[in-house]
Design a binder for this molecule. Structure first.
Ligand SMILES: *Cc1c(COP(=O)(O)O)cnc(C)c1O
Length: 355
């Protein structure tokens, strides 16, 4: 606290990101990064943009990320006017709160969900109606029908990994014609159905994507929103009142190259899914209850071992998993699906700890 701080800053409760340890070889299963490098085309595109001397870096990047948006729009069967590009989907979500979710009625989102949402709500003064998930961590669709200031949740949900079928998403979108329904699809490529296919039919639907998880580009910070052109225009109005150049030159060409290599994308997603199933079975064999996951992480608890203690003991061995000290989930661990080798190191350490 300082008397120099604004009232807004004094009231903030900042989001705490997962640890990025400064170790040479941590087993890092705590922030849902991809275990595989990005497509080789990404590295080529960055090298091409730098051109040996880095001469192009003298110039500002395209403020509208036009070529990137054209590529991504075509990939999803949309028009470029239906695509917004931002500095990571976290920035996209922040603009969404500011531009589309701040209304007289409260925004609805689940009690167990991406913990950045309450932080943005506080930052932008958005009223919230937090709705409890069912006992099995599923979203009860009936809780989201009818009038609200907006609806927001991840599908698959984080940190549970639970996915709603597309028909259930459509039921929510159709029942909220006077407010924006935002589906945060950070993990959709690992096993859920994307609501992008509904964008042409519902002017109140906004779908948010990131290149951080399924496209191995967390370090480049590129995210998107897909929706009706008027929703995208609202986001551009906020962007151009905040930072005209959210994506640098290297990020724009890197993300574009990632979308141009669909075969690589599909191969690495399939490998992560196969490793997720293997990791789930290994955890179950150790007595863990594992929530069925459609994401690149699993959410698990052991009936006889305290989650925070397990996380701390793993960390002492330079193995990082995520523990949330939050109501209802403080006995769970969220474990990112690593490579099979990383998962094996993790399972072996866990087996020794439980013995
Ligand atoms: C990781 C994550 C994001 C943020 O992704 P960035 O594009 O890296 O900012 C957004 N929403 C959910 C649910 C996530 O898990």
């Amino acid at each position: 606290m300082s008397r120099y701080w604004s009232d807004v800053v004094q009231q903030l409760v900042p989001y705490v990101p997962g640890e990025q340890p400064a170790l040479a070889h941590p087993v890092k299963l705590n922030t849902n990064e991809n275990p595989y490098p990005p497509s080789p085309r990404v590295v080529e595109a960055i090298a091409r943009e730098l051109g040996g001397t880095g001469n192009s870096l003298r110039r500002y990047p395209d403020p509208l990320s036009r070529r990137l948006r054209e590529t991504v729009a075509a990939h999803h069967g949309l028009q470029p006017e239906q695509v917004f590009a931002g500095n990571g989907s976290d920035e996209v979500l922040a603009h969404v709160f500011h531009a589309l979710l701040k209304h007289d009625k409260p925004l609805r989102f689940p009690d167990i969900s991406y913990s950045f949402y309450p932080t943005y709500a506080r930052l932008y003064g958005v009223q919230c109606q937090v709705i409890p998930l069912a006992e099995d961590f599923s979203i009860n669709v009936d809780d989201y029908l009818g009038d609200a200031g907006g609806v927001l949740f991840p599908n698959p949900n984080a940190p549970t990994g639970h996915a709603l079928p597309l028909a259930e998403i459509e039921r929510i979108v159709a029942a909220n014609p006077s407010s924006v329904v935002v589906i945060d699809e950070a993990y959709v490529d690992f096993g859920a159905q994307s609501a992008i296919t509904l964008v042409d039919r519902y002017p109140n639907l906004l779908v948010v994507h990131t290149t951080s998880k399924s496209r191995s580009l967390a370090g480049m910070r590129v995210g998107f929103a897909f929706g009706h052109a008027t929703l995208i225009e609202a986001l551009n109005r906020v962007k151009d009142s905040f930072n005209s150049y959210p994506l640098d030159r290297l990020a724009q060409v890197a993300a574009q190259a990632a979308y141009e290599d669909d075969a690589y994308f599909r191969t690495t997603c399939a490998r992560v899914i196969a490793s997720r199933n293997r990791l789930t079975q290994a955890l179950q064999a150790l007595g863990f209850e594992v929530v069925p996951s459609a994401a690149n992480f699993v959410f698990a608890r052991h009936p006889a071992h305290d989650a925070a203690t397990l996380a701390a003991r793993l960390k002492a061995q330079e193995i990082f998993v995520r523990h949330f000290k939050l109501p209802r989930i403080d006995q769970h661990l969220r474990i990112t699906v690593g490579s099979d080798d990383e998962c094996d190191v993790f399972i072996k350490a866990l087996r020794d700890l439980l013995a």
